[in-house]
Design a protein around this ligand. Sequence first.
Ligand SMILES: Nc1nc2c([nH]c(=O)n2[C@H]2C[C@H](O)[C@@H](COP(=O)(O)OP(=O)(O)OP(=O)(O)O)O2)c(=O)[nH]1
Ligand SMILES: [Mg+2]
Length: 134
Amino acid sequence: MEKKRLHIAAGIILNPEVNAIFITQRPAKAHKGGFWEFAGGKVEDGESALEAVKRELEEEVGITAKTIEPFISLAHEYPDKALAFDFFLVREFEGKPFGKEGQPGEWVAISELANYTFPEANDPVLDKIREILG
Ligand SMILES: Nc1nc2c([nH]c(=O)n2[C@H]2C[C@H](O)[C@@H](COP(=O)(O)OP(=O)(O)OP(=O)(O)O)O2)c(=O)[nH]1
Ligand SMILES: [Mg+2]
């Protein structure tokens, strides 16, 4: 069977004052359930990655992104699906992020990110966060 190919856009929500990032935990039954993630999801037909990440941030964590820039793009093949990601850095936003879909969410200091388990695809993202923002 053909692998599904999906385009995913996700946001790295930064609080620069305390060098922390807001992350959420994927629901147990979802793909990569229980792993921590940067809020985001599938880019829909007719939508740009930037539009998608803004929409997903409203839907999943209840914030309106105001200053947002491309951070890293990568492709990752899981056994069951092939994903292309665009991660964006969200430097300014309106509202207070929370797990709007009932998922756990936390502000985590960049120095503490290693204590949270992310999907394998996120490794280069985490490395770059430590390098540039840590
Ligand atoms: N949002 C997000 N997804 C990630 C990250 N790392 C990673 O491997 N993924 C994978 C897990 C999923 O297979 C896929 C994201 O899909 P999703 O299930 O969040 O998509 P979605 O929000 O549009 O889902 P849905 O409501 O349409 O079902 O990307 C990450 O940091 N953030
Ligand atoms: Mg999602």
